[in-house]
Design a protein around this ligand. Structure first.
Ligand code: MN
Length: 295
């Protein structure tokens, strides 16, 4: 049965917040997974990481991690010093994930988050640098039991991997059991000709995580994405992995700045209102899973 997850910054406008609070909240709302920004692990003591692991274990919550890689650590950089710094940074994050008992890393973690802002007639040099970096990073992931989920994201957030086909080509070059693909409905809505075909192209074996969010990053069911097409395709390929929802609905803070949220997408987004929206979200996804015989 697919585990259902929620990203912590549904509630929080800054990337680092009280993780323990949200582990308990996710459990209370019936979620199986809480996902948050992996960079936080580098800013916590080992004692704190182990304390959070203990809380998560007690609450029955699996912790997964995401990363919008700081461009200072761009592993696709043509500058070798910067690239090597990025490799070390990501290796450190993976080691902290092992300590935290985490085994899935999502997001734009194969290049700096964003686009280089240069005239680009050929992205091969950046792609090749990223592949070169990943071949080193993946050895650490293999040693630490971490699976790298290469997330295809829209053109405004990376120039490297925008589609399922590009993600597949990338993981084929890396060739490791610890690397796979992550598709996200919000990004697919922008880049793919057909969301169902993209899901079928990747297939269940190579899909290691799946993100849900509407066309405008509200909770699934609130916008105009075709959730029958999405859950139908997931059922068709026999996907049994995690489904983590990643709505961003509040203006302001670091999250509003980085995700480009310039209006509230939930009216009067108090904590109680977001809690109610999170309850609606998991109910919607459970109903879709049931409709397609996935639970
Ligand atoms: Mn995502």
């Amino acid at each position: 049965m697919n585990q259902l997850g929620i990203f912590m910054n549904f509630w929080e406008k800054n990337w680092i917040a009280d993780h323990a609070k949200y582990i308990r909240k996710a459990a209370k709302l019936g979620y199986d997974i809480l996902e948050f920004q992996a960079q936080a692990l580098l800013e916590m003591s080992d004692e704190r990481i182990l304390e959070l692991k203990k809380i998560a274990d007690a609450e029955g919550i699996r912790l997964t991690y995401s990363l919008g890689l700081d461009p200072a650590y761009d592993v696709s950089s043509l500058d070798e010093t910067q690239r090597q710094g990025g490799v070390k940074y990501l290796q450190n994050i993976i080691k902290k994930m092992e300590l935290a008992g985490g085994d899935l890393l999502s997001g734009v973690s194969y290049a700096g988050w964003g686009t280089p802002g240069v005239v680009m007639n050929d992205k091969t040099p950046y792609w090749n640098q990223s592949v070169k970096s990943m071949k080193e990073i993946i050895k650490t992931a293999e040693a630490c039991g971490v699976t790298y989920c290469v997330e295809a994201v829209n053109r405004f957030e990376t120039c490297i991997i925008n589609t399922a086909a590009e993600a597949l080509a990338y993981i084929e070059e890396i060739d490791s059991p610890n690397i796979g693909v992550l598709l996200d409905t919000y990004h697919m809505n922008i880049e793919e000709n057909s969301i169902g075909d993209a899901i079928r192209l990747v297939g269940a074996d190579r899909m290691k995580n799946f993100h849900t969010g509407e066309n405008n990053r509200t909770a699934p069911g609130r916008g105009h994405l075709n959730w029958d097409e999405i859950f139908g395709a997931l059922a068709e390929i026999g996907y049994k992995g995690p489904i983590v929802s990643e709505p961003f609905v509040m203006m302001g803070g670091e999250v509003g700045r980085d995700i480009h949220v310039f209006r509230d997408l939930v009216e009067n987004p108090t904590e109680e209102r977001i809690d109610a929206e999170a309850a609606y979200l998991i109910d919607f996804e459970k109903k879709m899973l049931a409709k397609y015989g996935m639970r």
